[in-house]
Ligand binder design. Structure first.
Ligand code: ATP
Ligand code: I3P
Length: 454
């Protein structure tokens, strides 16, 4: 099921960006207590330990990577996680509704069964798309349903289709809005983050947030379209951090392993030897197992960031970076992305340094585990170049009084995300691009055809 189906606003009892009427709150289990991953499970799992062969700083390399492996359903000592397991866990500022459920990868309230949480490549966005506007049925809603929600206020004349670039996430997650703005499917985590960011030093580096909007039972976050002031923009999405899944997803997969066929197929497409014999037999891999494999194949584990996708001003798009892993590979991709223009690299570097400084001062950043967030690079022929922090769907508040360093190794339970470490490496990588000069862009990196098998 496409991710958008997991973000149904009908599951969210109250929407508010005021903080006054927050609805159910306070949820999150301290997943970290489960760091005792059985060695026999690790042995059974694929060998996906990170390598330090790329010359990346070694600060993250020493850690032990918890593994997830698949066990037959109902086997072992795992049990269904109970609602009270979650109710009494208070280490965050959000309450997530869980019934028979998986943890939504979006961090939104979700009550679907994990079996429903299948995505497929067809539903993933890989570049240029047309954003539809919400359909205005002209029906008016009873006032009591609207009390904390801004109803869609824009007129028919503002409803033109928008040619847009979406380098990650699922198709249908975004809609066109009034000029200069877009709508993203609602997620409780992300909304809470945007509200808190209003009072944080990171505000100049995140898309403007204009509240929630509801139309026909669907809710959206109304935010600035970062592409709006560019002419034929070049866009790159870089996913930050050494870890791309929540600790609770790991716990969940261990408690109740759910092999997914779609993820197995995506793995085999890139590396037929990726799955373990057991995974081959079951034709399925669990989500964290897949995510860990993605991290080790790409530069996530070794550099603390990875390139997700690029759209260039000539209209070409690439999202086949699953095996772009070494610093040298990343350098080549950046060289191609900026078309050999060192000035653009320098502009990006100066913006990244500002972001780095702001992150080090940010209270929000200290108090949140930042998973799956990206830096969005945008430049055009006028040499305007900007970098923005996007996607807070999996950014989660820590328990009161707890903070993260963001640049020490992750060990299950410490919730470290390696964001600052990755940003440091990204800056170093761009410095290398700048000092090396551009040279020739290789054929591989200038290719425009998608090949999912990489
Ligand atoms: N405010 C914005 N302005 C312009 N482009 C944006 C904006 N937000 C997101 N995008 C585009 O949409 C893509 C997906 O964004 P985002 O990561 O927020 O979506 P998502 O559905 O949460 O993705 P995922 O499922 O991978 O977490 C980005 O790669 C970028 O191309
Ligand atoms: O990049 P790939 O190889 O296509 O893999 C997807 C990617 O890792 C996304 O980050 C993840 O969504 P979340 O970050 O939101 O978990 C998605 O999970 P999904 O299939 O459960 O949507 C994966 O399938």
């Amino acid at each position: 099921m496409p991710k958008e189906c997991r973000r149904k606003s009908s599951k969210v009892s109250v929407l508010s960006d005021t903080g006054i009427n927050e609805g159910p709150r306070l949820e999150r289990r301290t997943a970290g207590k489960a760091s005792h991953i059985c060695d026999d499970l690790i042995q059974n799992a694929a060998q996906i330990a990170p390598s330090s062969a790329t010359g990346a700083p070694t600060v993250m390399d020493a850690r032990r990577l918890p593994q997830v492996t698949i066990t037959p359903e109902g086997g072992g000592s795992s049990r269904e996680m109970q609602q009270e397991d979650w109710d009494d866990a208070v280490d965050g500022t959000l309450r997530r509704q869980l019934s028979n459920s998986s943890i939504s990868s979006t961090g939104s309230s979700a009550v679907e069964s994990e079996d429903d949480l299948l995505s497929d490549n067809e539903s993933k966005s890989k570049g240029i798309i047309t954003l539809e506007h919400l359909v205005d049925t002209g029906e008016s809603k009873p006032w009591w349903k609207l009390k904390t929600i801004v109803n869609w206020p824009f007129s028919v004349t503002q409803r033109r289709k928008l040619n847009w670039v979406q380098l990650a996430g699922h198709k249908g997650n975004f809609k066109a809005a009034d000029e200069g703005n877009i709508l993203k499917k609602f997620s409780e985590n992300e909304m809470q983050c945007f509200v808190k960011l209003r009072d944080d030093v990171l505000l100049p580096f995140v898309p403007g947030y204009h509240g929630t909007v509801e139309k026909d039972g669907e809710s959206f976050l109304h935010m600035t379209d970062l592409l709006v002031n560019f002419d034929l923009p070049n866009v790159m999405d870089c996913k930050m951090g050494v870890r791309t899944y929540l600790e609770e997803e790991l716990v969940r997969a261990r408690e109740r392993p759910k092999p997914r066929e779609d993820l197995y197929k995506k793995m085999v497409e890139v590396d037929s030897e990726g799955p373990t014999p057991q995974e081959h037999f079951q034709q399925g891999v669990t989500k964290p197992r897949y995510m860990q494999w993605r991290e080790t194949m790409s530069s996530t584990n070794t550099l603390g960031f990875r390139i997700e996708g690029i759209k260039k001003s000539d209209g070409t798009c690439r999202t086949n970076f699953k095996k772009t892993r070494s610093k040298q590979d990343v350098i080549q991709v950046f060289k191609d992305f900026v078309g050999g223009n060192v000035d653009i690299i320098k502009s990006y570097l100066s913006r990244l340094t500002e972001i780095q400084q702001a992150l080090k001062k940010s209270e929000f950043f200290k108090q949140h585990e930042v998973i799956g967030s990206s830096l969005l690079f945008i430049h055009d022929h006028t040499r305007k170049a900007q970098v923005w922090i996007i996607d807070f769907g999996k950014t989660t508040a820590l328990p009161e009084g707890q903070t993260l360093n963001h640049d020490i190794p992750w060990q299950e339970g410490n919730r470290e995300d390696g964001y600052l470490w990755g940003l440091g490496n990204l800056i170093q990588t761009l410095e290398s691009v700048s000092s090396e000069g551009m040279g020739e862009v290789t054929k591989e990196n200038s290719q425009t055809t998608e090949t999912d098998g990489q």
